[in-house]
Design a protein around this ligand. Structure first.
Ligand code: ADP
Length: 182
């Protein structure tokens, strides 16, 4: 079972790349953002709470996210999976290491996609999801630098982390990622 984490700031293209790589390599794509948006559209208790948090650009609490991912990974079958949008805090990264240990997952690669704030902001404003307003984007970037970017160092210190430029043609970035994980 192969594990891939696609890491990077909001709007860097994690989702686009994850969908395409998952299809090419026959992997499951696990997007925590999509899981939360689905819950929100279904109007579940979790969904309602998550939507309020997401629309402000804040993070859903770690214990909720860790629970969702643990449950998802415990029932996963097949050749492997891509995590997109998780882990997003050090607490989540540590929890994920524990989950991987418990489930004997030991074939991990971590890709870090890079793009500058201006590029990201322009892309998100064009996309126009309900959390893609100027004000929310500013907060999402702040949250990214404060809470999420330490995760990059966590994986670097463990000897992971492949840095890839997220600005350019989607297909080129895609082949770059494929090259790095093959
Ligand atoms: P993006 O990569 O553009 O920020 P996502 O779809 O990954 O979009 O996430 C959207 C929102 O969902 C986040 O801003 C956050 O509120 C919530 N979210 C997604 N994943 C997590 C997570 N692992 N921990 C906490 N909140 C999360």
């Amino acid at each position: 079972m192969f594990q891939l984490i696609i890491f990077g700031p909001p709007g860097v293209g994690k989702g686009t790349q994850a969908i395409s790589i998952a299809e090419k390599l026959n992997l499951d794509h696990i997007s925590t953002g999509e899981i939360l948006r689905k819950a929100a559209s279904e109007g579940t208790e979790l969904g309602k709470r998550a939507k309020e948090i997401m629309d402000k650009g804040n993070l859903v609490p770690d214990d909720i996210m860790n629970g969702i991912v643990k449950e998802t990974l415990e029932s996963i079958k097949g050749e492997g999976f891509i995590l997109d949008g998780y882990p997003r805090t050090l607490n989540q990264a540590v929890a994920l290491t524990q989950i991987f240990n418990d489930l004997n997952f030991n074939d991990l690669k971590v890709i870090n996609l890079r793009a500058d704030d201006e590029e990201i902001t322009q892309r998100l404003l064009k996309r126009g999801r309900s959390d893609d307003t100027r004000e929310t984007i500013l907060n999402r970037l702040k949250v990214y630098y404060e809470s999420t970017s330490p995760v990059k160092k966590y994986y670097e210190d463990l000897g992971y982390n492949i840095d890839i430029n997220g600005v350019g043609e989607v297909e080129e970035i895609n082949s770059e990622i494929l090259k790095c994980i093959n």
